[in-house]
Write a protein of this length. Sequence first.
Length: 333
Amino acid sequence: MKAVVIYERGKYEVRDVPMPRLNDGDVLIKINYAALCYRDLLQLAGYYPRMKYPVILGHEAVGVVIESRDPRFKPGDRVVPLLHEPDGTCEFCMRGLDSYCINALSYGENVDGFFAEYARVSGNALVKVPNEVPDELAVLVPCVIAMVYKGLKRAGLTHGETVVVTGASGGVGIHAVQLAKALGARVIAVTRSPDKAKFIRQFTDDVITEQRFSKVVKDLTNGVGADVVIEAVGTPTLDESLKSLRSGGRVVVIGNVNPDESYPLRLGYLILKDVVVIGNVRSNRSDVAETLRILSRGLVRPIVAATYPLDKFSDALDFMRNNSRIGKVLIKP
């Protein structure tokens, strides 16, 4: 089968590899779509020290079960894998917090991932996809939409609260805007591009294009500030995000576009403003299942900037780096 294999830091090729072998508890899936993520660019740049070489890249996928050695799944089931492979037995897995599994392996990092025609996946890492959720949306769930959902749950979002989303035209941001709306929030999207703002406006209540957006957020909320910020960019916008919050507000940090940069967190500001900063890693299996149920109501639309075949993977990477795009980049084997 064809697969995108990283064979050393920063170097990859699309090559023929053997079909995956299954052990008890494993499932073989035929990949319908995989999705590119900023994490893939960081992995290729060497920011993930646990990378195993060679390894098949890719951690976002949707597919169909071809063979199963897990009684929970049968051929023909449409499924999405988690970003990680939990052991199912550690204390966190037993509490339903499998995203913190102490023995977890990460797909596309230290176990083969999904930029391939077929993939071996542990049954512990699979969730069935409802018929109402199309492949182009399902592929975005574990790494994007369910991760945002988990963050908003941890932030305690309630109906009618105001949510600011930075990087609103990116693959995370454009779907975070829609999910927050689906959960009953008033949404303010932030983008640097007036052209992109025209597209984003259909999904949100307000769009801000100013670099210093906190003042506009305050103006739009009668001087109070936002209840929650989904920080999908990182250090370039985090200061403005914190300034946008009301007293007692919460910021969910998802983006990290400049991993070499540190941020001078002012503790006095956090204390006096009673702000909550929430780091947000991969979603739990239960988050994925709950998110898929929400999506089955048709409240979120997949925004796909482009789709590439496996053998055009280098072109997909180039397009991924293109700041003019809106939404996600998909790979179709």
